[in-house]
Write a protein that binds this ligand. Structure first.
Ligand code: N0T
Length: 546
């Protein structure tokens, strides 16, 4: 467990955004959104992440139109949901798709990034020879214009929503950075690159090598204590230089908005997958330059990874360094979705979890999703759309548990395990229970809560599903809420003085207005075979004896 705080507040209380991000174009048409809101209700979501674009907000320089923003806020209120707006300004997927016409056309006032000297556009071979262009992070007029637009947006949201609080946060830009080179190559950028690195930044980097990824740490440790970017940051100079200036740009936009209305702000990133700089949106807030972003963009409260890769939990581990709360604004809608929702809340104490294109959940994948999700790999869950009814059950159950969950955030009273992190080699049933227990992976299958522990097995013959997950919340020393699927649970006493444990009561039920409403009492067969093949919430009371 690493990150330990929620960043959102609703009615003065900590809030977990059990959210969904819409497709890019949905929120540009209020009528189209009705079906999208229906889908959000069907999935049990409490928050939507919706784009607000610079081009539709400021179609003519200095003339703002917030009609759409108002409609979206009203729609959210009608549905009793919350909003996190995504500001599609200078950057959208490391390009400038959503800059207004007056910005796009004036390349003198609003220069493009030169991936190659003298060129405003470049060809990215990695993407089928895609034509690629983005605004320069050194455009002083561009950052002024973007910051001005964002400040107007924040002023408007404050005016219409401060007393209601429908809008709980903002994402500043979308997937910043640039592709095609590790840094810009205009004459101006070359000059900046040859300048002395600001001394305070060098000291900060030298003082934060502990959290750095190996190659960055090595470059920072071996680099000079003063000098130009290359002398100080060696092999990582290009990326650190770009991250510094992109983050500084985003900081100007964010700070202008924050000065007007202080909501939590995030910056999302398109992950690097170990490629060399320039092959992914370089300068964006990927983990390897999180230290740079933390220094240069203090108005950004949380850095949020867009996770489509199969090694999901590794990415979560990486993006919770430096006390960064886990905020997943985009993730895949395949069948890992529901268990990951539960796991990120139970294990990482996540502040937001949002499947992208949530309105398509349950549908067969289109080409882009199939490509993003990597459905050609051997895990069948990656190839199967998430079942919507299951998702609704998980989302609304977690929602009903919210005060208990947030109350346990940052403590060991809330823990979870998930099958994708476990050794799933099938155990040998002929060796009986002892054999199954021996086939154990304590680091990933056991949760300790002081006097009691729980071993959760997901690789046993009784349970064959590979989407196992188990969240346990300790309410009192002897009382636990367990949200589980695809697993067998074995509680045990961890007290050497009283090594035996027994069940007092096991009951199913749910939370209604924060109160536990018990359903069936399960002290018979259901308690001796503590095994779940469907999403279930139970309350368990135990005791230990000699
Ligand atoms: C995401 C989404 C949306 C070689 C893609 C992920 C969203 C943006 N970008 O559907 O466009 O607005 O933030 C980019 C990941 C590309 C991976 C390429 C793998």
């Amino acid at each position: 467990m690493t990150s330990k705080r929620t960043v959102f507040t609703v009615d003065g209380k900590p809030f977990i955004a059990i959210a969904g991000e819409s497709h890019n174009s949905s929120s540009s048409d209020a009528a189209y959104m009705q079906g999208v809101w229906d889908k959000a209700e069907e999935e049990g979501l409490n928050t939507l992440l919706l784009p607000v674009t610079w081009e539709l907000t400021e179609p003519v320089e200095g003339q703002f139109d917030f009609t759409l923003v108002d409609t979206l806020i009203n729609q959210a209120r009608e549905r009793k949901m919350h909003l996190i707006f995504l500001w599609f300004g200078t950057w959208k997927n490391a390009q400038c798709m959503y800059a207004p016409e007056w910005v796009k056309k004036d390349m003198v006032r609003f220069p493009r990034a030169q991936m190659e000297k003298g060129k405003n556009k470049t060809r990215l071979m990695a993407f089928y020879g895609m034509e690629y262009t983005t605004l320069s992070a050194f455009g002083e007029e561009t950052v002024k214009a973007d910051a001005n637009a964002f400040a107007h947006l924040m002023a408007h949201i404050k005016e219409v929503d401060e007393n209601v609080g429908t809008v709980i946060g903002m994402q500043v830009e979308n997937e910043t950075g640039m592709q095609g080179s590790d840094r810009e190559h205009s004459d101006f950028a070359d000059e900046k690159f040859a300048e002395e690195v600001p001394a305070e930044f060098v000291s900060y980097m030298k003082a934060h090598t502990d959290s750095m990824e190996a190659d960055v740490r090595e470059a920072v440790e071996n680099g000079a204590h003063a000098g130009n970017w290359e002398q100080v940051f060696g092999a990582c100079a290009g990326e650190i230089f770009t991250a510094y200036y992109v983050a500084s740009y985003v900081e100007k936009v964010a700070a202008a908005g924050k000065a007007v209305y202080d909501l939590p702000f995030s910056a999302n990133c398109w992950l690097d997958k170990g490629e060399e700089a320039g092959k992914y949106p370089t300068g964006g807030p990927v983990a390897k330059v999180m230290e740079v972003w933390r220094y240069a963009a203090p108005s950004i409260d949380v850095i949020s990874p867009d996770i489509y890769v199969p090694y999901f939990t590794e990415i979560c581990d990486t993006y919770t360094k430096m006390d960064n709360p886990l905020f997943i604004p985009e993730t895949a809608t395949h069948s890992h979705c529901a268990p990951r929702l539960i796991y990120t809340i139970g294990h990482y104490h996540a502040t937001c979890f949002a499947p992208f294109g949530f309105e398509d959940m349950g549908q067969p994948f289109d080409d882009i999703s199939a490509y993003l999700f990597g459905v050609d790999v051997s895990d069948p869950l990656l190839q199967t759309p998430q079942n919507v009814e299951d998702y609704r059950w998980c989302a609304s159950t977690l929602n009903d548990m919210m005060p208990l969950l947030t109350g346990a955030y940052g403590t060991n009273d809330l823990q979870a395990v998930i099958s994708e992190k476990m050794d799933m080699t099938p155990s040998d049933p002929s060796k009986g229970f002892a054999g199954m227990m021996a086939n154990s992976d304590p680091e990933n299958d056991t949760m300790m809560f002081g006097g009691f522990g729980f071993k959760v097995m997901m690789n046993i013959p009784l349970v064959t599903r590979k989407d196992g997950v188990c969240l346990i919340l300790k309410a009192e020393e002897d009382t636990y809420y367990i949200l589980a699927n695809g697993c067998m649970i074995t509680p045990f006493s961890a007290n050497p003085e009283k090594p035996n444990y027994d069940i007092i009561a096991l009951e199913e039920g749910k939370f209604v207005d924060g109160q536990w409403k018990a359903g069936r009492r399960l002290n018979g067969d259901e308690a001796s075979r503590f095994c779940y093949n469907d999403y279930t919430l139970v309350k368990l009371k135990v005791f230990a004896y000699k």
